[in-house]
Design a binder for this molecule. Structure first.
Ligand code: ACO
Length: 377
């Protein structure tokens, strides 16, 4: 062994039938279906079936997924009690980690082939309850259990905001859920896989994944990208900001760049379209104008390095337009991505299981003579 792949670039840790990415052509498919077709035509619940059971559901299969989701939204009251006791400015992803961690003590199920997928749906439903209530608690509202409506997306928005969302909002929420649902094995999914490989329980795997998602180089990028738009403040300031922050100070342009895509991220295109549709207020339109200008400068400046907008470049404007504050952006990503995390760990544990235990190539001194403390300089 003599080579280290820095950042595990181009290392394959499993095979998968879940998600196909062509980073050169900018293609993303779930189980062979193009992401654009799925976002335009499906409900998130259909993607749950696709990821967990291998194909899009029939009407009766979809009904079964919805029934299982609807009966699984409950979480033990102790979880709300603990979340309410956390400081008002507690980090939202930290709150979700805390909640998942608590659920791992309530539901510490062993892995069982005929149960894993249904357990995963329970986790997906409970994640909706947790994320909507993290928002409620941070906004000073009382926690509430969801009252299931006709779709997972609508139920989530209704629980968070205590009002009936418009069809346009539900459509944008549903699109968000599908766009983020899976992306092969990024840092968060890899963290979940490492934990699952020890046969730890599914909730603990979700804690690992969340911890990895949180950083600004991964799921935290949507929040960091929106911060940029706020910092710029006006379309007329974009060039000046770009010149100072990106060209002179050499900061990273958040929402740009991807380990796998060397072209425009197909998810960014879809988010851009939804952002254009849903950004209705003058503020939202202002952010959209700033982002559009920033994108233009970024693409021009980074063309040679093949760095393009990624999924998080426009997602913040959709979240903002739906009414969510920035602190929620990473948890909204997680709300969708739990599906990918769970589908990958199930695929791994059921079909390809082996403990993940890489090596580190030792480059320190080979052997040294021990010197007692009193003789050391
Ligand atoms: N802005 C400026 N330069 C960048 C950016 C960026 N956004 N992304 C990459 N680069 C440059 C690096 O400075 C480096 O340049 P150098 O070779 O001259 O030193 C080169 O591109 C390669 O950078 P790496 O960090 O090695 O590339 P990697 O494949 O690890 O990058 C990453 C992936 C971490 C996402 C990077 O593009 C980045 O930091 N982007 C900004 C944060 C972001 O938007 N993250 C969300 C990604 S999508 C997701 O996780 C859901």
């Amino acid at each position: 062994m003599s080579e280290v792949s820095k950042g595990l670039e181009n290392v394959f840790i499993k095979t998968t039938s879940l998600t196909y990415i062509d980073g050169e052509a900018g293609i993303l498919r779930y189980g062979g279906y193009d992401i654009n077709d799925l976002v335009e035509n499906c409900e998130y619940e259909e993607i749950i079936h696709l990821m967990l059971f291998g194909d899009l559901p029939s009407a009766s299969q979809l009904q079964k997924i919805k029934e299982k989701t609807n009966e699984s939204y409950n979480v033990p009251y102790q979880v709300f009690e603990v979340l309410e006791k956390l400081p008002h400015d507690a980090d939202a992803v930290g709150m979700l980690e805390t909640a998942f961690s608590m659920l791992s003590s309530f539901y510490n199920y062993p892995w069982k082939k005929d149960e894993n997928k249904w357990r995963a749906i329970e986790i997906i439903a409970k994640t909706s309850t947790l994320v909507s209530n993290i928002y409620r608690i941070k906004e000073g509202m009382k926690p509430r259990l969801p009252e299931p409506s006709d779709s997972y997306a609508r139920t989530f928005l209704e629980t968070a905001f205590s009002r009936r969302p418009s069809d346009e909002e539900v459509k944008a929420m549903n699109a968000t859920l599908i766009i983020y649902a899976d992306h092969e094995v990024p840092a968060s999914t890899t963290a979940a896989l490492v934990t699952a490989s020890t046969l730890s329980d599914m909730y603990s795997c979700m804690v690992s994944a969340l911890a990895a998602l949180k950083g600004p180089l991964h799921g935290g990028a949507a929040e960091a990208t929106f911060e940029q738009l706020k910092e710029i403040g006006d379309q007329s300031k974009v060039e000046e900001w770009f010149d100072k922050k990106i060209i002179k100070e050499k900061n990273r342009l958040m929402g740009f760049g991807h380990r796998v895509y060397k072209t425009y991220d197909p998810r960014a295109k879809i988010f851009k379209k939804y952002a254009e549709e849903i950004a209705k207020t003058p503020e939202a339109k202002k952010y959209l104008r700033i982002a559009t200008k920033l994108e233009e400068l970024g693409i021009k400046h980074f063309a040679e390095k093949r760095i393009y907008p990624n999924v998080d470049f426009y997602s913040g404007i959709v979240f903002y337009s739906l009414g969510f504050p920035e602190y929620m952006y990473t948890t909204l990503f997680a709300l969708s991505r739990v599906l990918g995390w769970l589908a990958h760990i199930i695929e791994y544990v059921e079909e390809q299981h082996r403990l993940i235990r890489p090596r580190a190539l030792y480059v320190g001194p080979i052997k040294r003579d021990f010197v007692p403390l009193k003789y050391r300089e």
